[in-house]
Design a protein around this ligand. Structure first.
Ligand SMILES: Cc1cc2nc3c(=O)[nH]c(=O)nc-3n(C[C@H](O)[C@H](O)[C@H](O)COP(=O)(O)O)c2cc1C
Length: 231
């Protein structure tokens, strides 16, 4: 099958996206961040409701949020008092999802040389989430809490558009549900209005390709496994 340069460019932007968990200190131009979010804002949404709102954190404000979260996260007693506002994951894990979830976790830890008994090492790696994995830009996404499930569907399209538009500019990302646990800290640091709910965070920057964690290539099921042609 012959593919056009346009097909190749779009496919490459989608398939080259991976969750990147170590970044170069190299700054991201504001114009690029704005362009990425402008392009992503073209994502579809039911009756054009556009339920997204984005806080772009850089420099000192980003560091302040990271410090505020990590001060709590690193103290199990305090961390235990912070729970997410919405369930991102199922309350009860079943096959095949649980196996996939475990595999990606163990694959990442194995790359980092973390054995299953190294709970402290795994916790430290998880804690890197709250530094946006060293990315110069941290994004926090919120939604108005009056919005229903359909708008969360729209939100997913917006998030993927951000990540794909970033790839088109040589930038990398990692979507981060880890931030939802600390929505109260984020609310206070960003002065979020009461009607806004934290959807997730996202690291944005240039990948540090020398870091082993960035060599993780996650698996996908073959297309035949999740597609059924009905004719
Ligand atoms: C909404 C969302 C939230 C995620 N949250 C986290 C997170 O908090 N920390 C993390 O390291 N990865 C997070 N991930 C990344 C997933 O683990 C990753 O997308 C999955 O393993 C597939 O790998 P890939 O993104 O490299 O293709 C998240 C992904 C999505 C879509």
């Amino acid at each position: 099958m012959i593919s056009t340069p346009e097909q190749q460019a779009v496919d490459a932007a989608i398939t080259s996206r991976r969750s990147i968990r170590a970044y170069l200190p190299q700054a991201v131009a504001r114009e690029d961040v704005t362009a990425i979010l402008r392009v992503a804002g073209r994502a579809p949404s039911g009756t054009n409701t556009q339920p997204w709102k984005v806080y772009v954190l850089e420099g000192e404000r980003k560091r302040e949020l990271s410090s505020a979260i990590l001060a709590i996260h690193n103290d199990p007693e305090q961390a235990g008092q912070h729970t997410e506002e919405y369930a991102y994951y199922p309350r009860q894990w079943v096959s095949p999802f649980i196996e996939r979830r475990r595999k990606v976790g163990w694959d990442l830890y194995a790359l980092l040389g973390l054995t299953r008994d190294n709970k402290a090492g795994m916790a430290a790696q998880h804690g890197r989430n709250y530094e946006f994995f060293g990315a110069p830009v941290g994004l926090i996404f919120t939604i108005d809490r009056v919005m229903e499930q359909g708008s969360w569907l729209d939100y997913g399209m917006f998030l993927q558009s951000v990540m794909v538009a970033a790839r088109a500019r040589g930038l990398d990302t990692c979507p981060q549900a880890a931030f939802t646990q600390y929505h109260r800290v984020i609310r206070s640091a960003l002065d979020l209005p009461a009607n806004e709910m934290v959807v997730c965070g996202m690291a944005l920057g240039y990948a540090d390709t020398t870091k082993i964690e960035n060599s993780l290539i996650t698996e996908r099921m073959p297309v035949e496994e999740f597609v059924k042609f009905v004719a």
